[in-house]
Every structure is written in C-alpha cells, then in structure tokens.
Design a protein around this ligand. Structure first.
Ligand code: RAM
Length: 381
C-alpha cells in the first residue's frame, strides 16, 4: 500500500516536471521557401509555385518593377496567374516557365505552373475549369486544341478572368490575345527551306508532328505543304505525316516506323521539340546519320549532340524563356487594366521592350534563330 502511494506521488511529480518544461509534440512545418512539386494529374492542379514577393514590388501607377530588398516585400496586388503548358515534363515548357517566373518576380505577382500530364485537350479543359473555380486572376494557356478550348476560355472570360493563349493558340472567342512565338507562315516555309538545303532539294521526306489536334503544328504544316508546291521542290516528295503526341517514346517509334516504311527516306521535318530529339535519336540508333536528315524545331540543349554528329545539322527555334516572359507581361497588362488587349493596344514587357496587339489579337515575339554547329554552343536552354 505504502509502495503504491509512493509510485502515485512520483508519477504526479514526473507529469508536473514535464509540463513545466513545456514538452510538446513536435509538429512538421514545411519550409515556406520550398516550391511544391508539379502535378501529374490534371484534376488536381497544385503546381510549382514561385513566390514573386521576395524582392520586387510593382507600383500601381506605372507598373514598373521597383526593387525592394529583403524577404516579405509587398507583392504587386498579390495577383495569382496560372501558366498552363500543353503538357508537363517537356523541357521546352519548363524553359518557358523560367521566363514566366522571372516576369512574375519583376511584376510582383505569383505564377503557378500547372498542366495536364499528356498533351490532351480534355484533361486541359478539366484543369482550366478547376482553375476558374479556384478564382485565379488570369490564365496563360498553350492550347492542346484550338476550338475545343473556346468554351472553357469563354467561361473564364465570363468570370472576369483574363485569358491569353501563348505558343499554341485558342481560337478567337476563347481568349483575349494570343502571344505568338513567330509568324506561322515563316516557320512553315523556313522548315522546308532548311531541309531542302540539307538534302539538295531531292528525295522522300516526312513530317513527324506533335498531336493531330495541336493548333500551332497544324498551322505550320499547312505552310510547309504550301511551300512544297513551289517548282524548286519538284524532286522532294512528302510521303507521310505522322504524330508522336509530344511523347518521347511514341515519337521515337513513329520515326522508326517511317524509316521502315520508306527505306530510302531522305529527311524528316519535326516541328516539335519532343519529336525532333526523338527522331534524331532514332536515326542515330538506326545507323542512318547522313542518310536521313532531321530538322525542325528543337531546343539547343536537347539537339547539341545531334548537330555535332550530323543527325540534325541545323534546326530552329525562338527562345522559350522569352515567350513565357512575354506571355506573363501580356496577361498582367490586361489583368491590371493597363490595356484591354484590343488591336492597337501597346504595352511594355520589361527587358523585352514595347509590344503591340495586332489586328488579329496577336502579340508577336519575333524571329526564330537557326542553330547549327557554328553557334549551338552559345546557347543554353
Ligand atoms: C513542343 C510543343 C510546343 C512547340 C514546340 C516547338 O515543345 O509542341 O507547342 O511550340 O514543340
């Protein structure tokens, strides 16, 4: 009995000592500075988030970025925009996001990078509807389908959420402005001109595209076909157009299929950064360097080895980072009321300078660069 009383007293003492020391169950606190990971599913659009507020603020009147030092500086109205690529996991879009985050920092806004796992319009529409429900302050979308996205874009506009498309356009009615990387006709024609130069304007050629609904690729292919009707290409024969869906493995298999179906194939034009790299790899693996020439649109970092090996001696592209940067400046100019986005409106896009909305509601980035062995090492994206 006595022993029992001593044990109870000791227990009470122990509890009071622990309480006095403030012993607490540790709680996990996520580091605020760590960005959350990109989503794989279109319906759960949590995304990579870069906080703009750490070093810049925007003055309401001029919209010019004013540097304020230290963390926790005020953000410019705290607007949150979504940058939606055709699909996640594509280095081209990751580079565009870098430029978008740079713009966000300068403007004092937050840009969430979120997209479907595959380049699929249905997934993208679900995501856009979910972003509208979340009440984002603006959407910048690279469209997986031009017409199919119009109702979702219109729903956003009806909810007073500005929409710009960039890279791959939503048809009129589903967006205010389209930010175009270069003149579509020029891209289509120069792709054919590049290949003609590389194969002596002779032989069977094929196009390996992204998805069959991709608005930008379909527009460029239209101009490629138009260019091919000119007399100087009479000895060049377009034998097939195939689709790798902007998936590396599918694009690789399609390129292999082209070489099997057409053993004397002379060239492939792939107007997609995913397709061109996969095609050059397939040509390399098939020991066909010099026999099948690959060109199209690619990123220097993905294509460097193929330029040097001769699998793809020359190709072209604009700077995707600048495209992402310009897209966010354009969206912010509309969302903050600096412009309506109507034809003739002009605005300043930070380091890129002045831009104007043309009569078709398009803002044009500029001319692409042709990359070859002489300049490829100067670029890192
Ligand atoms: C892929 C995408 C993108 C296109 C580039 C060239 O990354 O299809 O939309 O602009 O290629």
């Amino acid at each position: 009995m006595r022993n029992k009383s001593i044990a109870v007293v000791m227990l009470i003492l122990l509890i009071s000592v622990l309480t006095a020391c403030g012993a607490e169950t540790p709680t996990a606190t996520p580091a605020a500075s760590e960005p959350t990971a990109t989503t794989a599913s279109a319906t759960e659009p949590t995304a990579t988030t870069a906080q703009a507020g750490e070093a810049t603020a925007t003055t309401a009147e001029t919209g010019e970025a004013t540097a304020t030092s230290g963390s926790g500086a005020a953000t410019g109205g705290g607007k949150t925009y979504a940058l939606v690529p055709k699909n996640l996991g594509n280095p081209y879009f990751d580079t565009a996001n870098k430029g978008a985050q740079e713009a966000a920092k300068e403007l004092g806004v937050t840009v969430n990078y979120t997209g479907p796992s595959t380049a699929d319009a249905t997934q993208q529409i679900q995501l856009i509807n979910s972003l509208i429900a979340q009440g984002v302050n603006g959407l910048a979308i690279s469209a997986d389908d031009s017409d199919a996205l119009v109702p979702a874009g219109k729903a956003a506009l009806d909810a007073k959420i500005p929409v710009v498309s960039w890279d791959s356009q939503i048809a009129q009615g589903g967006r205010t402005v389209h930010v175009n990387q270069a003149v579509s006709e020029d891209i289509g024609r120069t792709e054919v001109q590049l290949l003609a130069k590389l194969i002596g304007s002779k032989g069977k050629i094929a196009i390996l595209s992204a998805t069959s609904t991709a608005p930008n690729q379909n527009e460029w292919i239209k101009w490629m076909k138009d260019e091919l009707t000119k007399p100087e290409y009479k000895d060049m024969q377009l034998v097939a157009t195939v689709y790798g869906d902007d998936q590396d493995e599918k694009s690789y298999t399609e390129a292999q299929g082209l070489m099997t179906s057409y053993p004397d194939l002379a060239g492939i034009i792939s107007p997609t950064t995913v397709g061109i790299a996969a095609s050059a790899r397939a040509v390399t693996d098939a020991n066909k360097i010099g026999k099948v020439i690959v060109t199209g649109l690619g990123t220097p970092n993905q294509m460097r080895a193929y330029v040097k090996s001769g699998a793809s001696p020359a190709f072209e592209l604009w700077n995707p980072s600048d495209l992402g940067y310009l897209s966010i400046y354009t969206l912010d100019a509309i969302a903050s009321g600096k412009i309506k986005g109507s034809p003739g409106d002009s605005f300043k896009a930070g380091k890129l300078g002045d831009y104007k909305v043309d009569n078709d509601g398009v803002v044009l980035l500029g001319k692409p660069t042709v990359f070859d062995k002489d300049n490829i090492d100067k670029f890192d994206f």
